[in-house]
Design a protein around this ligand. Sequence first.
Ligand code: SF4
Length: 337
Amino acid sequence: MQKTIDTDEVSRKLRSDGLDLERKRILVTNFLNTDQEKDLKVPPNCEGLGRIRHFSCTTSAGWPPNPLPIEPACKALDTVPGKQLRAQVFQNAVCNWRCWYCYVPFVLLSAHRRHSQWVTAAELLDLHLGQANPPQVIDLTGGQPDLTPEWVPWMLDEIRSRNLEKNIYVWSDDNLSTDFFWRYLSDSQMSRIVDARNYGRVCCFKGFDEESFSFNTRADGHFFSRQFKLFQRFLKLGIDVYAYVTLTSPTAEHISDRVVQFVDRLQQLHPNLPLRTIPLEVQVFTPVHPRLNEVNERALYNQEVAVEVWNRQIEERFSTSERNKTITEISLSTGIR
Ligand code: SF4
């Protein structure tokens, strides 16, 4: 059996490895000559520090369409959403968990100096704007961007200082593992994030119960509940927040009840939250092949069972008109701010 990750300790270490607070620099992955480069449809850009991603609403049969970040970005940029969206992706070089299905090679999650580079938000924005036809969306991903939560306000501030906030939308993701956002950002930085019209965040639930969560991430099962607590804090702040869930589980026993309970827990945070939550189908990219064993193969199958339960729950709990709304029309207002 694999050793459980000491999430808090690893997070502290990787934060210090991935952040240069004094010079406002983030350790960002350089994709050149990495295994991840082999999976890219378009070669890396921005001197190896970036990649272009084409987000698509289309998913496999049986899986709900994925409008993220297409609809939030297009709403903010005042453009009509299409089925696809080009985004400029930058990836920080640290993550505290080790999801077996992660499409990032683990070496790129450990602050490996041969595959990463220190850069400021200004330098990243210069690289982005220096390319021909830069996308209007910048995706700050990981890794786990929120080990270095300063990255988002630094980028938003840089965009604002160049009067580009109507032209560039920033999207970031978060594995809901630490409270670093509140611990390390100033009130003023948090307010600027909350107030930014050109920013959206997606938080990922890494399973639908403690067993699936722990199996997926290698973190202790009690961090599954922490995911809900952290999400609730973002809700209360009023950030434009969305969620993903991965439905891979090593067992299918009582899977229906377990997914139902997960949807219940989402609704305890906000009755509408399931409509802002997109189940992500786990697919096998190049770095995942060597990590696969019989249990993972079973988990890939079990996610198909789980998503059927999810789909039924959405149908039973929400009216057709609610389900037909765009994801940005789904209110998560708490009235608390
Ligand atoms: S949290 Fe995200 S980046 Fe980290 S290992 Fe899991 S999928 Fe990969």
